[in-house]
Design a protein around this ligand. Structure first.
Ligand SMILES: [Zn+2]
Length: 257
């Protein structure tokens, strides 16, 4: 999977370092490796987009390194590959030495893994599952302002899955902890890799089952039940949170409240 570039390889070039990508003029470089001075660099072919190879080169450029967030409005497939590039670079850089025996590791040529030369331990990139849930109560939806979000956006509740917990248990626990609400009729909708830094968002719709809204101030600034046609500022289109909110609005409308 890792190869030394000759210069005549072509495609999309994802140069990544420390969670950032090289985006000259805000775009992903496209063309021959030699056009971008990448001859003799080591590269990983990490996928295909528009029938052309997408390459990861673990390298920092002096200028125009930017966050993957800049690609949020791009095609979903391209955003996913950019997220893959950033996470793999982070993984390779953090796994040069074995955590068990301290010896040097090498990158596997069969899969996205690092292998210990000494004790044969095998490491894979870490993915952190995270649930996100839109909760409906008749013609209203529960939306919250998170401490970690800037700009007054109200969104669905979300949280990381803990070790030894099912996704369903994580939803019930997170919602109870953050809002003191019980939910029922949990329905899986979709998932989305979210490379900030290495989450997999697992999205659900749910219905209100009981409890008075009481927020956890350490996690949320505010939360409330909003009528579906009087909504506050929502997360941007393209996010899974927005999709869940739109789905809930459609459900409210279809039942003609
Ligand atoms: Zn080892």
């Amino acid at each position: 999977m890792e190869q030394r570039l000759q210069g005549d390889e072509s495609g999309w070039w994802l140069l990544s370092y420390a969670g950032k990508l090289w985006l000259p003029k805000g775009e992903i470089p496209h063309g021959l490796a030699s056009e971008f001075g990448l001859r003799n660099e080591s590269a990983h072919r990490i996928g295909e987009w528009q029938s052309e190879s997408v390459w990861l080169v673990c390298k920092e450029q002096a200028r125009e390194m930017a966050s993957v967030r800049q690609l949020l409005d791009e095609d979903r497939g391209l955003f996913q590959l950019a997220g893959r590039a950033v996470q793999l670079e982070e993984f390779y850089r953090a796994h040069k030495f074995c955590g068990y025996c301290g010896n040097k590791m090498h990158v596997s040529d069969r899969e996205w893994a690092c292998l210990c030369n000494h004790c044969r331990q095998r490491y894979y990139p870490q993915i952190a599952p995270c649930i996100i849930v839109a909760i409906r109560r008749e013609d209203k939806i529960l939306l919250a302002q998170h401490n970690r979000h800037r700009g007054g956006i109200y969104t669905a509740l979300a949280g990381f899955v803990e070790v030894g917990e099912t996704l369903e248990q994580a939803v019930a626990r997170e919602v109870m902890e953050e809002s003191n609400i019980n939910v029922t009729n949990l329905r899986y909708i979709s998932s989305q890799p979210w490379p900030f830094p290495h989450s997999l968002m697992v999205a659900y719709l749910a219905d209100y089952a009981g409890g008075d809204l009481k927020i956890d101030k350490s996690e949320l600034l505010d939360a409330d039940w909003f009528h579906y046609d009087k909504l506050p500022q929502l997360p941007p289109p393209g996010t899974i949170a927005r999709r869940l909110i739109e789905d809930t609005i459609a459900l409210c409308r279809s039942e003609q409240y």
